[in-house]
Design a binder for this molecule. Structure first.
Ligand SMILES: Cc1ncc(COP(=O)(O)O)c(C=O)c1O
Length: 385
C-alpha cells in the first residue's frame, strides 16, 4: 500500500553507500561546493533578529516577486510582471507545481532522456504517460525535432531543460526554436527548466520562456545553482495568469508558501553584488577544462559540457550496468559518481561527474574511472548477467 512506484534515485543510493565508507571523493553531487555568499547570510541574520518569521503569501512576498520580475526583464528579456511570478520552495517545487497544474491522469508528457530524474518522478506522481525523447552525443545532446514531432501527437506537455543536467549541453538558438515550434504546432504547453541559466561556460543561454510567442511556456528558475543557495529552497516560476493561479493552488496544498528566511535570502541575492555568479562560473570553467582534458586523454569523454557543472564520461557500452559500475568504483576506488541510467535509458554506458569538487578530486576520479573501465571492459565484472 505504501509503494509509490517512484523507484529510487541512483544518486541517493550512491550517497548512502558512500556515507558508510571512509575517505570517499565525492563527484556525484549536484550542488555547488561554494558557500552561500556572505552578504546573503548576513542579511538573513539581520532580518531574523527582531524579524517576525511567519507565513507569507502562497505565491511569495510581493517585494521578492517584484525583484524577480525586474530580473527576468533585465537578464532574460521576459516581461510578465510580478503577477506572472510564483516563488516556490526550489525549482523542484516549481516543476511539481507546473506539472500538477497542467497534467491530468493519462496525459502524455515528453521528457528528456537522459534527463534530471525528478521530471520523471513528478510525472509519475501526477499519473502522466511518460514519453522520452533521446538526447545523444552525436546531436550535441540536443532534441531531434522529428522525434519530438512523432512523440508530440496527442501529448500535453513538453519538458525542455537547457543548460541540461546531466549532459552539460547548452541548446543552440535553433534547437530551442525548433523544439518550441513543434510543441506549439501540436498545442502542447512547454515547461522550460532554466535553473542553470547562468552556469554557461561557452556561448550563451537561449531561453525558451523569452521566445514564447503566445504564453504557452512556463519558465522555471532557481537560486540554488546560480547563487550557491541549495539549502535555502527558493526557486520561481513564470507563466501566463491562469497557470500562475493554478500553481498557487497547488502550492497552497503542498507547502502553504515558500519559507520566510529563504525569501529574505533571495532578496539579498538579487539586490547584492552579482559578480558572485561570474566568480563561481569562472571556477567551474577552469574545472571543466581540467576534466575535459583528462577524460579526453583516456578516451572517456562523452561530450564537452558547455554549461552546468556536470560532465558525462563514457565508461562502457549498453551491456554495462552503470549502477553496478558506480558501486564498484565506490567500493574499490572510493570515488562516488552518478550512474548514467538513473537519468533514463539514454544514460546507458555513461556516468556523470560533478565539477562541484576541486580539480584534484576530479583528477583522482578520472584516474580511477580509467582503471575500473578497463577492468569492466576486460569482462572481469560490471556486466549485466
Ligand atoms: C535540471 C534541474 N532542475 C531543477 C533542479 C532543482 O533544484 P532546486 O530545487 O534546488 O532549485 C535541479 C537540481 O538538481 C536540476 O538539476
Amino acid at each position: 500500500v505504501t509503494d509509490t512506484g517512484l523507484g529510487r534515485s541512483g544518486i541517493r543510493e550512491v550517497m548512502d553507500l558512500a556515507a558508510s565508507l571512509d575517505g570517499v571523493v565525492h563527484l556525484e553531487l549536484g550542488e555547488p561546493d561554494f558557500p552561500t555568499p556572505l552578504h546573503v547570510v548576513e542579511a538573513v541574520q539581520r532580518a531574523l533578529t527582531g524579524g517576525q518569521v511567519k507565513y507569507t503569501l502562497s505565491r511569495g512576498e510581493p517585494e521578492l516577486r517584484e525583484l524577480i520580475a525586474a530580473k527576468l526583464e533585465a537578464v532574460n528579456g521576459i516581461s510578465r510582471g510580478a503577477d506572472g511570478v510564483v516563488v516556490t520552495p526550489g525549482g523542484t517545487a516549481a516543476v511539481f507545481g507546473a506539472l500538477s497544474a497542467l497534467v491530468r491522469p493519462g496525459d502524455a508528457v515528453l521528457l528528456p532522456d537522459p534527463g534530471w530524474p525528478t521530471f520523471e518522478m513528478v510525472a509519475r506522481l501526477v499519473s502522466a504517460e511518460i514519453r522520452r525523447y533521446r538526447l545523444t552525443a552525436d546531436r550535441n545532446f540536443e532534441p531531434d525535432p522529428d522525434e519530438l514531432d512523432r512523440l508530440a501527437r496527442g501529448a500535453r506537455v513538453l519538458v525542455l531543460n537547457t543548460p541540461s543536467n546531466p549532459t552539460g549541453a547548452v541548446f543552440s538558438p535553433s534547437a530551442v526554436e525548433s523544439a518550441l515550434e513543434v510543441a506549439l504546432r501540436h498545442g502542447l504547453d512547454v515547461i522550460s527548466d532554466e535553473v542553470y541559466e547562468q552556469i554557461v561556460l561557452d556561448g550563451s543561454h537561449t531561453s525558451a520562456t523569452a521566445l514564447d510567442p503566445d504564453g504557452r511556456v512556463i519558465g522555471i528558475f532557481s537560486f540554488s545553482k546560480d547563487y550557491a543557495m541549495t539549502g535555502w529552497r527558493i526557486g520561481y516560476l513564470t507563466a501566463r495568469r491562469d497557470v500562475v493561479e493554478a500553481v498557487v493552488r497547488v502550492q497552497e496544498a503542498a507547502a502553504a508558501c515558500p519559507s520566510w528566511p529563504g525569501q529574505r535570502a533571495a532578496v539579498a541575492a538579487l539586490t547584492g553584488p552579482q559578480h558572485v555568479i561570474g566568480d563561481m562560473v569562472d571556477e567551474y570553467r577552469r574545472r571543466r577544462d581540467v576534466a575535459v582534458e583528462l577524460l579526453d586523454r583516456v578516451d572517456l569523454l562523452a561530450a564537452r559540457p558547455r554549461g552546468t557543472f556536470y560532465v558525462l564520461a563514457r565508461v562502457g557500452g549498453v551491456e554495462l550496468d552503470t549502477y553496478e559500475f558506480a558501486r564498484r568504483l565506490l567500493q574499490e576506488e572510493r570515488i562516488a559518481v552518478a550512474p548514467g541510467e538513473t537519468f533514463g535509458p539514454g544514460g546507458a554506458g555513461l556516468v556523470r561527474l560533478s565539477l562541484a569538487s576541486p580539480p584534484e578530486a576530479i583528477a583522482a576520479g578520472v584516474e580511477a574511472l580509467e582503471r575500473v573501465t578497463a577492468a569492466a571492459a576486460s569482462g572481469e565484472d560490471g556486466r549485466r548477467g
